[in-house]
Design a protein around this ligand. Structure first.
Ligand SMILES: Nc1ccn([C@H]2C[C@H](O)[C@@H](COP(=O)(O)OP(=O)(O)OP(=O)(O)O)O2)c(=O)n1
Length: 146
């Protein structure tokens, strides 16, 4: 039995990691879950996710007007991407949660709030498009690491 508890409210990356490891082991699919295979499988699922949005034009937040069936399908494709990502990270020996937390900190350093203020985009009263707030101008003096 796993030491990772399946909580009622919260789902952790560790739980998903364990579920994927069990899934592969129970089916003797571990040899197939190589880094490259998992990466390609994940990209395939990203393609399936993209198909849901394909040709729809811009989609408002919250997906108003979408049928429940469509939203359920979206949840399935998002989950496939997440599950393969979690499995890929595990197989590569990367602690995805810690790596992501570290990346959030690096992002905050790379894109200081101050920079956003200078652009006048951080003021709720003047911002026309909230999406712009989360998308700093990449042409800023901050260097990108490729
Ligand atoms: N070798 C495999 C095959 C599947 N899965 C798991 C991870 C994904 O969550 C899901 C992917 O299953 P499918 O390849 O059947 O893809 P879909 O569920 O998207 O089905 P379809 O492509 O028919 O829409 O199953 C896995 O871990 N390892």
């Amino acid at each position: 039995m796993s030491e990772v508890a399946e909580g009622e409210g919260s789902v952790t990356l560790d739980l998903l990691k364990k579920k994927m490891a069990d899934f592969a082991k129970e089916r003797d699919w571990e040899p197939y879950h190589s880094p490259r295979n998992l990466l390609l499988a994940m990209i395939g699922e990203v393609g399936e996710l993209s198909e849901i949005f394909q040709w729809k034009g811009e989609v408002p937040r919250g997906l108003p007007g979408w049928e429940e069936r469509e939203k359920e399908h979206l949840g399935e494709e998002l989950s496939d991407v997440l599950l393969y990502l979690v499995r890929l990270s595990d197989i590569c020996g990367i602690d995805l949660g810690q790596a992501a937390l570290r990346k959030v900190k690096l992002n905050a350093i790379k894109y200081p709030i101050k920079l956003s203020d200078q652009n006048g985009k951080n003021d709720a009263n003047t911002s026309k498009n909230k999406d712009e707030d989360a998308c700093p101008d990449n042409s800023s003096s901050v260097q990108h690491s490729a």
